[in-house]
Design a protein around this ligand. Structure first.
Ligand code: AMP
Ligand code: MG
Length: 419
């Protein structure tokens, strides 16, 4: 199991900024041990355990970038067009039999190797075929044009993908282009997920008149799956201190991370925090973030614990900005989110200083064609529709106290926040 390092106990402050909390994560969370070999088909989203070196250059041989006619650089028409006889024909996957010599061109297609002697290709769209079968090539083309030299993309021996890189489809493509059939990746992070609360029931179970179907657990499991985790659905914890403590302790023995939602604020029935303290320790339990102030981090017998708030929007936001970074730290991948884009606000908003706020918003095209961001009209942290009907979050830093229409604000789409 991943171990939480001892220095995590050093922090005792009650309200931590989002940046401070995230900056602490790498020292608190060790990368999970162990790796496995997966086929290319299974590799998307996994974290590389080893550097990948190119065993061959890309492209592996010099070839034509277009369909056209290959000639020697020294024969390029200077000043006016010039007719060439066509001496051979070379398709992708074949080799030319005849070299390009003075005044001769070779018909060539995209991806075919360059004939001996030739170093320049005229695009077929730029030439004229004369009635006698010769091709008339225009002047003005540079030597080497429309040719892809060996190694122009990747040099042999170059490190192309580094250990710790989370593989994307284009990375899998590169590994395939280099002839790899399998990749050594870190093992998946094992995460236990619980919901909490007497009012919460699983979809499919009988719901009493004052109960809600559990939404957080399914949202969090989906987010974890997108991060490549092995997710264990451990159901719903009732509001009971002893039972909660017991279940958390049990989960700690078999997982790299325990993730809960609900039960971490200061209500009488919020037992999660006390349960963690009874079987482990808390590192922090309140962040200066809205929505989502109660975010607890702790350790239970060496296994990290993160308790997210119960309100679904707060759960979503704190997962995206805190728990996601913890999962990436455990998986050995960089934790950084993409840089937000700066967009023009089409709303007014007032905010308290000293805390980070994330505002649900959608993008729209203004009359002049530029993009502007519009705040969702309501603010409740329980409104799932506010997440469903928006595109992402506007990030308002601690020092911001208001937003006026026309002001530029940082925005991140949900697609970069989860996954
Ligand atoms: P809590 O932090 O436990 O006080 O929960 C805050 C709010 O979130 C309450 O209205 C809960 O009913 C709601 N809530 C807690 N857990 C869930 C869940 N798993 N799914 C949907 N709503 C939840
Ligand atoms: Mg609760």
């Amino acid at each position: 199991m991943a171990q939480l390092s001892a220095d995590c106990f050093a922090f005792g402050g009650p309200l931590l900024s989002v940046d401070e909390a995230v900056a602490r994560l790498p020292s608190l969370l060790g990368v999970v041990e162990g790796s496995e070999s997966v086929t290319l088909v299974q590799a998307d989203g996994r974290v590389l355990a080893q550097d990948i070196l190119a065993p061959l250059p890309l492209p592996p041989f010099t070839n034509s970038a277009v369909d056209g006619y290959a000639v020697r650089g020294e024969d390029l028409p200077a000043g006016e067009e010039k007719a060439f006889s066509v001496v051979d024909f070379v398709q992708a996957g074949a080799s030319a039999n005849i070299a390009a010599t003075a005044g001769k061109a070779v018909r060539i297609f995209t991806g075919a190797p360059m004939p001996a002697g030739a170093d320049t290709v005229f695009m077929q769209e730029d030439v004229q075929v004369a009635p006698d079968g010769k091709v008339v090539l225009p002047s003005g083309l540079k030597r080497g044009a429309n040719v892809r030299p060996t190694g122009e993309d990747i040099a042999q021996g170059q490190v192309v993908l580094k250990a710790g890189h989370r593989l994307r489809p284009q990375d899998v493509a590169l590994a395939a282009a280099l002839g790899q059939t399998s990749l050594e990746v870190r093992r998946r992070v094992r995460v236990a997920v619980f919901s909490t609360g007497n009012e919460i029931v699983s979809p499919g179970a009988a719901r009493g008149p004052v109960q809600l179907f559990d939404s957080n657990r399914f949202m969090l499991m989906a987010m974890l799956a997108r991060l490549g985790c092995e997710v264990d659905d451990l159901g719903i914890l009732r509001d009971d201190l002893a039972a909660t403590a017991d279940m958390l302790k049990h989960a700690a023995a078999h997982h790299d991370l325990i993730l809960t939602s609900g039960g971490v604020s200061t209500g009488d029935a919020d037992y999660v925090k006390s349960a963690v303290e009874s079987v482990g320790s808390l590192v922090f339990w309140r962040l200066a973030i809205k929505p989502g102030r109660p975010v607890a981090m702790g350790v239970i017998e060496g296994t990290p614990f993160i308790g997210l708030p119960g309100n679904p929007v707060a759960s979503y936001v704190t997962f995206a900005y805190v728990a996601r970074a913890a999962v990436l730290a455990l998986s050995g991948a960089p934790m950084r989110l993409p840089t937000p884009v700066q967009v023009r606000a089409a709303f007014t908003y007032k905010k308290k200083p000293g805390r980070r706020e994330y505002v649900r918003a959608h993008l729209r095209q203004a009359a002049d064609g530029s993009v502007e961001v519009v705040k969702f009209p309501r603010e409740g942290a329980g409104l799932l529709s506010s997440l469903v009907d928006t595109d992402g979050l506007v990030e308002l830093h601690e020092d911001v106290i208001r937003v006026e229409p026309g002001q530029t604000v940082p925005f991140l789409a949900y697609s970069s926040l989860v996954g």
